[in-house]
Design a protein around this ligand. Structure first.
Ligand code: SAM
Length: 356
């Protein structure tokens, strides 16, 4: 049985640098750790990208505020409820409401009301919010309305690297403080970084993993940086194979460092490799996030170029991802909430399945 052990930054850097048979062994070990600790199941979160209006201007992102080429939308409450209904009927134990980042009252009120409406019609559905940095009172309202989980990517844990990817008014410390606030309120807290992003060094990635461990994160959704044709970093030289190798190694090392957390096989990996998500599962991931956003909005949520599945219906995504998981030999965990075991343990809940 694998126990959680301290791994030095230098060892992490060495593991992240592995390729060929060394990388294969690392990923196989991580998959064994996953199997022993959280089981051979993959949990579903239906992803609803409900708005692409954003007040941030992140240099890498296609929906950043200054990109006038993006057609902006916000789904209606009825459209969102239709998506949740589909998730409920499909046995997805959880939905993720994701959008661009806004802090105005109209937006935060809309999110609170939407969470309440989902909870009153589907009390068992777990709700994850991914709506960016918010103040303590707003986050508390989201929690009281029924959102149990929150995903806030930090993109990088190195504040000077963060500075190179964001305009001056965006500050890494605010993001980190927000993660702490989320934890204090009671959320299951998730974060993530972009892998192989401009200006990033291997030491930054090792630092990211140590950061996740230090803040005792419950769940992680990290994926490769991908070029976007309208963004200010579009000319940065990019090696897709290297981004894939690093992304899979990051998942594997994190699984070994934190055996009982939830780790997503993000769809961004599928841009780099048709079987990117299966490779992530084979490297220790245990979560998938099939997109359930209505087709008419998919193209406009253009975070990066060549987004996968933009023409696949929610039902098509359901069948495709189920088959892909079965192909890896793991069990698609339909009808299960898939709470982070690390979170449940911290709360003192009895865990029958966890062996670590
Ligand atoms: N607004 C929320 C937040 O900031 O947490 C969530 C939505 S944000 C638009 C979703 C995520 O997409 C970002 O946190 C970033 O990691 C990712 N993203 C944006 N542009 C990307 C790119 N070019 N390549 C890869 N990932 C990208």
């Amino acid at each position: 049985m694998e126990k959680e052990t301290f791994i030095s930054k230098k060892s992490i850097e060495e593991m992240l640098s592995l390729s060929g048979p060394g990388a294969r062994d690392l990923r196989e070990k991580a998959a064994r750790v996953r199997d022993e600790c959280v089981g051979r199941k993959v949990y579903f979160r239906g992803l609803i990208e409900f708005s692409n209006i954003c007040s941030n201007d992140c240099f890498y992102c296609g929906i950043r505020s200054s990109n006038s080429k993006t057609e902006r939308y916000t789904m209606t409450p009825g459209e969102i409820m239709e998506c949740v209904r589909f998730c409920d009927e499909s046995g997805y134990g959880s939905v993720v409401l994701q959008s661009g980042e806004r802090r105005d009252g109209e937006f935060t009120g809309f999110v609170t009301e939407t969470v309440s409406a989902i909870k009153s019609e589907f009390p068992e559905m777990r709700i994850t919010l991914s709506v960016g940095e918010q103040d303590r009172e707003t986050l508390r309202r989201f929690y009281q309305a029924g959102a149990e989980r929150y995903l806030l990517r930090i993109e990088t844990s190195n504040s000077s690297h963060y500075r190179k990817l964001h305009p001056e008014k965006m500050v890494f410390e605010n993001r980190r403080n927000c993660l702490e606030t989320l934890r204090r309120i009671g959320f299951q807290v998730g974060t993530g970084v972009m892998i192989a992003s401009p200006y990033q060094e291997i030491a930054d990635l090792a630092g990211d993993l140590l950061f996740m461990k230090a803040i005792d994160i419950d769940m992680v959704g990290m994926g490769p940086y991908l070029p976007q044709k309208d963004n200010t970093l579009k000319d940065w030289s990019y090696d897709p194979q290297e981004a894939l190798r690093l992304s899979l190694n990051m998942i594997a090392v994190l699984r070994i460092m934190m055996p009982d957390i939830n780790i997503a096989a993000t769809s961004a990996l599928q841009v780099l490799d048709e079987n990117g998500r299966e490779k992530a599962i084979a490297s220790g991931a245990n979560i998938v996030m099939p997109n359930v956003t209505p087709l008419k909005y998919r193209q406009a949520y253009s975070l990066y170029d060549n987004r996968p599945c933009v023409l696949d219906t929610p039902y098509g995504c359901y069948n495709c991802i189920t088959q892909r998981i079965e192909g890896t030999g793991l069990l698609p965990a339909k009808g299960e909430k898939g709470d982070s075991l690390r979170f449940l343990k911290r709360k003192g809940k009895r865990i029958d399945v966890c062996n670590c």
